[in-house]
Design a protein around this ligand. Structure first.
Ligand code: PHE
Length: 344
């Protein structure tokens, strides 16, 4: 009986050794250790043994049973490890392979220009103010010294929603709103970027909808020379350190005096070329000292406070800076155009 048990043990060990999967191990376990297995059978037949033999064979049978269990367990762990190892090997990532590049978009050239201008003015102590695109006649015109039926309204024909409500023709109404909020207390130092609308026929240089950035600085003792200083910094930062500026008299109903700002041509340095139409100067923006009527209507005492304002079109700035020949490129979303303005 002892030999039989030892032979069973050898047999089971060999089988376990040759098993290569979980299911096979389970089968071996059932076969040798199950209720109908040979070891159980041996134990059942113990009745036939002598008193002396019984404990010896019993102990041996248990020992063998435990040994087989242990070997099965060890094999199971080994198989599991092999499985994980194989999986790891088959799923290894070759980090030396070239990756697939991810397509990234880029900011619209107008967004970039506007952000560049915003950053510049934030650096000069201005903050950003925004307002509604659908605006009241009062803020868009009346409070800017443009009463109803004033002929200067013709400069900025709009799309009317009702007699009193229109698509704003400039971002100056945001300045009126900001001044009113300050309730006669300066300083007000803001720039107002945003979309504006005019009843224009679209062509290479006109669009019925475009962008503006306007600036306003109201405080005690603000002078035209302050405006000139700020505009000089702006011109140099946007178009190069060598730029000069000049102010030409102009007219806007909301500023007095009003000036047009030109920069010396960045292409030819002022000698005359096609970019500056052989004048040496390029017109950039309109500006002036805030009209006393505008200050008063917005709640500021015009004998104490003064201010300057300016307004520019980011499209024009971008067209000049990047040599873009048609304003419509900005709005038609042709990726061949847009992709050229990837920021580094
Ligand atoms: N609001 C003017 C326009 O749209 C621009 C401007 C702003 C001019 C401020 C002078 C001062 O034409």
């Amino acid at each position: 009986m002892k030999e039989k048990l030892l032979a069973l043990k050898e047999e089971a060990f060999a089988l376990i050794e040759n098993t290569s999967d979980k299911k096979g191990l389970q089968d071996v376990k059932v076969k040798y250790l199950g209720k109908k297995g040979p070891i159980t059978e041996v134990l059942r037949g113990m009745g036939k043994l002598s008193k002396e033999e019984r404990p010896v064979i019993g102990a041996l049978a248990n020992e063998i049973r435990q040994a087989i269990e242990l070997v099965i367990e060890q094999k199971q762990t080994k198989l599991q490890e092999e499985l994980i190892q194989a999986q790891l090997e088959s799923e290894t990532i070759d980090v030396t392979l070239p990756g697939k590049s991810i397509k990234t978009g880029n900011a619209h050239p107008l967004t970039s220009i506007i952000e560049e201008i915003e950053d510049l003015f934030i650096g000069l102590g201005f903050s950003i103010a925004e307002g509604p695109e659908v605006e009241q006649d009062y803020y868009n015109f009346e409070a800017l010294n443009l009463p109803k039926d004033h002929p200067a309204r013709d400069m900025q024909d709009s799309f009317y929603i009702t007699n009193e409500i229109l698509m704003r023709t400039h971002t100056s109404p945001v300045q009126v709103r900001a001044m009113k909020k300050h309730q006669g207390e300066g300083p007000v130092k803001i720039i107002c970027p945003g979309k504006v609308y005019r009843r224009d026929t679209d062509d290479a240089t006109h669009s019925h909808q475009f962008m503006q950035i306007e600036g306003l600085y109201v405080d005690k003792k603000v002078r035209l020379s302050d405006l000139k200083g700020i505009l000089t910094v702006f011109a140099k930062k946007m178009f190069g350190e060598d730029r000069d500026i000049r102010l030409r008299p102009s007219f806007f109903p909301f500023t007095e005096p009003s000036v047009e700002m030109d920069i010396s041509c960045f292409k030819c340095g002022g000698h005359g070329c096609s970019v500056c139409k052989h004048t040496g100067w390029i017109e950039i923006l309109g500006s002036g000292m805030v009209h006393p009527n505008v200050l008063e209507m917005a709640g500021f005492d015009s004998t104490v406070y003064s201010g300057f304002a300016f307004g520019m079109g980011p499209e024009r700035i971008a067209m000049l800076k990047y040599g873009i020949d048609d304003i419509r490129h900005f709005y038609t979303d042709d990726v061949r155009f847009l992709e050229q303005f990837k920021r580094a």
